[in-house]
Design a protein around this ligand. Structure first.
Ligand code: 2HA
Ligand code: ZN
Length: 272
């Protein structure tokens, strides 16, 4: 089977289109990766090339050795991903040491995988370990309200988690662990990848101050749904703050009652 006939590639491209339509991907902003299942790799392997050189990832990630990822390309526009998938995306293979990658499909007009590849692979490693291999999508975007809030709210996990939970009743059910926040960092390197992957041990959502959001999900729908929920909560929070601030709130005990009925465990640190 050709890569572009596969279910996973079509889901990847549909996700990119959906995310672009949300306004989260100006120009070449944002990136995405999917850890391809072995049986999906087997279906499309005949469409791969082994002619490309191995390139250093910039971080050693032994647990991702031998894995294949579909990724967006560096400098490529989400807007064009679905119409020009072979130009704008790639499938990369990680070598047996987890230190190098090579392009086995895509980026036919040259180029490199996303500049955030070290962040993506480090976070795949953390999430695969934390979920028994279930989580397969890492996704990064530039949503307006999250970025705006990062200039106003203190950059603390507890503040963001509680403020976002208290915008819409379903938020704590959708991200019960809360959200992690990291201060402004230079994008694209190992450092921001390591800082994010530390937070990803606890959370599925990381706020990159003055930059955007980084999320993990089992599949494309879950990753999109999580980013969408956080973006909507941030939108409501901007409105609350713009209207002069809260006049009332969901109480800590209300959150505990909600958690009990919906069978989720909320981070008690954020219920003080
Ligand atoms: O432009 O979003 O974080 C790509 C990015 C880097
Ligand atoms: Zn970015």
């Amino acid at each position: 089977m050709k890569v572009l006939e596969s279910k996973f590639a079509n889901e990847f491209l549909n996700m990119a289109e959906r995310c672009f339509s949300m306004g989260w991907h100006e120009r070449n902003g944002g990136n995405m990766s999917y850890r391809i299942r072995p049986e999906e790799v087997a279906e499309v392997r005949g469409d791969f090339t082994d002619k490309n050189p191995w390139v250093e990832i910039g971080a050693a990630i032994p647990s991702m050795a031998g894995e294949f990822f579909m990724v967006t390309g560096s400098g490529k526009f989400f807007q064009n991903t679905k119409s020009q998938p072979e130009d704008a995306t790639a499938i990369v293979e990680v070598d047996g040491a987890g230190e190098n990658y090579r392009i086995v499909w895509g980026l036919v007009n040259g180029g490199r995988p996303t500049s955030e590849l070290p962040s993506h692979l480090l976070n795949h490693a953390v999430k695969a370990a934390a979920t028994g291999g279930k989580n397969r999508v890492i996704y990064h975007c530039h949503p307006v309200n999250v970025i705006a809030l990062s200039y106003v709210l203190p950059l603390e996990d507890a503040v963001w988690s509680r403020e976002l939970w208290d915008t819409m009743t379903e938020c704590p059910i959708i991200f019960p662990a809360g959200v992690g926040v990291i201060e402004w960092m230079v994008p694209g390197g190992r450092e921001i990848g390591v800082a994010s992957s530390e937070k990803m041990k606890t959370y599925d959502v990381i706020i990159w101050a003055h930059h955007g959001m980084f999320v993990s999900g089992e599949d494309f729908d879950m990753a999109f749904g999580l980013a969408h929920t956080v973006d909507k909560a941030a939108d409501i929070l901007v409105k609350i703050i713009s209207m002069g601030g809260r006049k009332r709130s969901i109480s800590s005990d209300d959150f505990r009652r909600l958690a009990k009925d919906f069978g989720v465990t909320l981070n008690e640190d954020f219920l003080k």
